[in-house]
Structure formats: C-alpha cells, structure tokens
Design a binder for this molecule. Sequence first.
Ligand code: 3PG
Length: 394
Amino acid sequence: FNTLDDIAFAGRTALVRVDINVPMANGRVTDATRIDRILPTIRHITEAGGKVVLLAHFDRPKGQRVPEMSLSLVRPALEAALGHPVGFAEDCIGMPAKKAVAAMEAGDVLLLENTRFHAGEEKNDKMLAAGIAALGDIFVNDAFSAAHRAHASTTGVAELMENCAGRLMEAELTALEKALGTPERPVAAVVGGAKVSTKLDLLSNLIGRVDHLIIGGGMANTFLVAQGREIGTSLAERDMTDTARDIMAKASDAGCTIHLPRDIVVAREFAEGAASETLPVDQCPADTMILDAGPDTVAAIKELFAGCRTLVWNGPLGAFEIAPFDMATNAAARAAAELTEAGALISVAGGGDTVAALNKAGAAERFSYVSTAGGAFLEWLEGKTLPGVAALEV
Ligand code: 3PG
C-alpha cells in the first residue's frame, strides 16, 4: 500500500479514518493514547499544506444519534493534544459536512460526527461511503484498530478513491510483521485472559508460528483440567477440556512447547486483601481458586524470555486487577521490558486488557511496540486478513 510519503497533500482534502474510540469517564477522556498516536499523520498532512477531515466511530450507537456517543465529546481532548483548533461537523455526510469542508483552509483540521450514527456504516452501505468520499480528494486510513471491521468508513470509502495508510497504520503493521510475519527466532507468545473459547483461533494460529506458548490467566485452568489436575473452585471452561487437549497435541506436532503454571497463588475469594497461599500446581485445595501463577512459574518464564528473540504478548497471566494477584503479570512484563531495553528481545503487545496490565506493571512504554488495537490485534493474531488493510491500494 501507499504511505503518506507517496502522496502530495498540498491543496488537497484528505479524509483521514482514525480510531478515537477512547475510554471516557464523567465526560473526560481517561486514556488519550489513541489520540496521541494519530497526531503524526494529522501533522504530516497539515504541514504539507493539506486539509484534514477526520472520520471516526465512537462507541456502539447502532445507527442512532445517541448524544452521549457524539464525537463532539472527544473534540476537546483532540484539540489539546494537537495544540490546534479542530472544527466539528454535526454529520459525516450531507449539508453539515459539505459546508464545514467548504469553509476549510490549508492546514485546517475538521472532525466529522460519529459515522455509526448512520446504520449504513456497519452495513458498509455504498451510498454512505459515496457521501463520505465526495467530501475529499484522498482517503488515508490510520485506524488499524478498526481495520477488522468492513464498514463504510473503513473499506467502503477506500474502494472509491485514491488511498494510503497513515503513520500509525504503517507502524502497527510493521511491528506486527516483525513479531509474527518474519520474526527473529525463537519466538515466544504469552496468551492470557479468562477464556479458551474466545481465543481458540488465536491459539491454533500461534502454535504453528511460535516456538513457545505461555498460557496464563483463567485459560490456563482449563488446560490444567485437561491434564487431569484439580483446580478447586477456579474459573475454567470444563466443556473445553477436549479442545485444550487437542491444542496441546497439535502444538506438540508443530514443535511448539506449551508452558503452563508450575506453581499457583490461591485464595478463597477474589477480593482485595484476601488471604492467599502459593502452592505447587498439583496441590490446589478443593475450596480455593487459582488467581495467579507463582514465583517458580515466573522464574521459568524469565529464563525462557532470556533465550528468545521475539515475544508477542496478549492477555494477563493472573487476576492482575487486584494485588497480590498481579505478581506474575508484573514480574514477567518487567523481565520482558528489561530484555527489550538491553536489545535482546523484540516485544510486541496488544489486545483487550493487555495494555492496561502492562501499564500497571510500568512495562508498556518499555516494550518494542504496544498496539492501540483490541479486537483487530486479536484477529491479526488469529491469522485473519483485516478488511480495512486489504482495501488499501497496493
Ligand atoms: C476498538 O475499540 O477496538 C475499535 O474502536 C473497534 O470498536 P468496535 O469493537 O466497537 O468495532
């Protein structure tokens, strides 16, 4: 695909698809990472003398005009980050959008209202895409984290006009390619989180691509059950044990070593200050639940990381939201961060809870790359083609 470097923006109007679907509380943006990461693209175009029309969804209004899901709420944070005023149009097509675009001058930035206020957005409606495309001269997709959606503003518009990838899209794809496309070996993957069932495709794809698969969090419990271990009152998907066995067999055929907890941190309840105990994995008491991996597991993970060149991380190793059950996640994340800083490891992380967990460990900024994507990162780990990327011209 083309990048910003291939396009002359002077005097042209760029429709820039961004993902500013940011978390908010009490009307304020609580994590501006996604906003910060699109600034290079916006600045490149404005500095080149172009006009930037930002196209984005916000939350899931399902085709309704939901005032709490108006992008006007995100606009102040965008202006603050950019240090430049940002205009706003109350619709992403039609007269409000046309008028606002017509009034723009070189170097201006305009934000269009939530594309999902139109039911046609998620249906990839051709009329909606055409209405958007008519507003500009070129389409720039900088929304890797929305690239798993084949929507009017991601694929529809791309198909109708000259297009290119923005800087963030480029950075995401480069980092991911380095991690799993043509990685330096050995490659390890950490896959954590609650459920095996939501990560089946991901696990199946990874066992064919990585040398070591470290399974943690609630998912690990299902694998422990599959190995015939007692897990007390732990969270597990007992109907998935055959699947877990199947994954282990396939991994062994593919030459991928699966690593499960060797020792566990258990408690009678998942609560702040709950009394906890560290035990070997085969000694889980019937009335306790596994909430984290123990220090022996962490030591093994650290040793493993030290022998690897590339690491892909998705999901926490334990119930990291509450101390002390964040120990394994924190310690392993910090070990990966140190190896990365020493130039020994290429570490890429993303998806769902991952960034929150790594931030909490103080490790996120020390990884080689942390993706802004949740669902798109997972689909990419599953080996799927992302329609938003596929729609870009080659
Ligand atoms: C995300 O937050 O992962 C993206 O913005 C996509 O949002 P969606 O899951 O509502 O499509």
